[in-house]
Design a protein around this ligand. Structure first.
Ligand SMILES: *Cc1c(COP(=O)(O)O)cnc(C)c1O
Length: 396
């Protein structure tokens, strides 16, 4: 460095570190793929691969054998197409949010497949295909209970007629409560989906997200679309997590201080020391995706430091949090504490913060140093020229 800026290594000294174990990710895909029996196992990598970085994540999934990907937006699809531009055979990329108005040609240019979720979208795609003289592929989203996206039963007849102008390659629907194995809606949605498919031209069908794969008599059909479980989230809440841990997050102790009984800590003096306590300030706050609600409930969220669980005290602030380290071993400036890792799961932190693990993942901060590791898994044999992480990982 000649411009006087700190080197990356120096800056890293003050950053929280997010580790993503691509070996564990690959193993999770293999497990889900095995679980799906004969069905194809795709991967949902929307929202920058649930916050973990679409470049390295998609490449690792492709290398382990994944050939179909789902993102939410056209822009995400364009990034993913660039990420996987040299991958052969060319992977399929579906756009879950469907066809954005007046953008059909961009889908075709980047070979992205919209999942059409309403009659206006279907009409627009059909018209584009007719004027282009090519029956481009599209998926069809069937609503079976979410009332969010998807064709209603009354739309199917017209959808079928319009689908003559394009190539329908996937019919899909989405569970509303698959994580609750006893929810009666699971069976109901399966039945509705079967009825809808019977009214459409024959094409591959897909219903299961992560939790759907773990339902009794799970409807694997032709293709499964897991996201959360790939990233180590528990698809079976209430039971042991069948997935391997992918994410680790450690933050830095900035200082340690002793406070006397009766002293307060943090904004608005929401916490008062009940006795003499030792506090540590860490470089993690709500701007990093550490949910502020973790300090607002009756029971505070915890971090893991020097072999002990340490509760947050006072309010989580934008860039900092305070933890009670009175019971831990010696802790000093520059030590790291575990926010997510072997002792604190995504689902655990979410439960303590009144949210779901999906939200924890997708809000992971932009100020972290991100390290992609291969855990116990050896890296893939053929070194693929992985895309530059800058381009591939917009939030890095
Ligand atoms: C996000 C999403 C998925 C993946 O769900 P997970 O619960 O993360 O496995 C699958 N299908 C659709 C339509 C989605 O929006």
């Amino acid at each position: 460095m000649t411009d006087g800026a700190a080197s990356e290594e120096t800056r890293a000294m003050g950053q929280s570190i997010l580790t993503v174990d691509l070996g564990a990710l690959a193993e999770n895909w293999r497990r889900l793929s095995t679980r799906a029996r004969g069905a194809e196992c795709a991967a949902v990598v929307k929202a920058n691969a649930y916050g973990l970085g679409i470049g390295p994540v998609a490449q690792a999934l492709f290398d382990v054998g994944c050939r179909t990907f789902f993102v939410a937006h056209l822009g995400e699809g364009e990034i993913l197409r660039r990420v996987l531009r040299d991958s052969a055979p060319e992977p399929r990329i579906f756009i879950l949010n469907g066809l954005a108005p007046a953008s059909a040609r961009f889908y075709v240019e980047s070979q992205l497949i919209p999942i059409l979720g309403s009659l206006p979208e279907i009409a627009e795609w059909a018209e584009f295909c007719a004027s282009d003289g090519v029956a481009h592929p599209a998926g069809l989203h069937i609503d079976t209970g979410m009332n969010r996206l998807g064709l209603a039963a009354r739309d199917l007849k017209l959808a079928r007629a319009l689908s003559n102008s394009f190539t329908p390659v996937l019919a899909m629907s989405h569970f509303i409560s698959a994580e609750d194995i006893s929810a009666p809606t699971n069976r109901l949605q399966i039945e509705r989906f079967e009825q809808a498919c019977a009214q459409l031209p024959p094409m591959p069908a897909s219903l299961c997200n992560s939790s759907g794969l773990f339902l009794e008599d799970a409807p694997f059909l032709d293709l499964c679309r897991p996201g959360y479980a790939l990233y180590g989230g528990n698809p079976t809440p209430g039971s042991d997590n069948p997935m391997r841990r992918v994410v680790g997050l450690s933050s830095l102790v900035l200082q340690v201080r002793d406070v006397a009984a009766g002293e307060t800590a943090g904004y608005n003096a929401r916490w008062t020391a009940p006795s003499r306590r030792r506090l540590a300030t860490i470089n993690l706050g709500y701007a990093d995706g550490f949910p502020r609600s973790g300090s607002e409930g009756l029971i505070a969220a915890e971090v893991f430091a020097a072999g002990h669980y340490c509760p947050i005290v006072g309010r989580i602030s934008m860039d900092l949090s305070i933890i009670d380290v009175s019971e831990t071993g010696p802790l000093r400036r520059g030590d790291r504490v575990e926010i997510l890792g072997p002792n604190i799961s995504i689902d655990g932190l979410a439960a303590e913060s009144g949210t779901i693990g999906y939200e924890i993942l997708t809000r992971l901060g932009a100020r972290f140093r991100r390290e992609y590791i291969y855990g116990a898994e050896p890296p893939p044999e053929t070194p693929t020229d992985a895309p530059a992480s800058e381009e591939a990982n917009p939030s890095a």
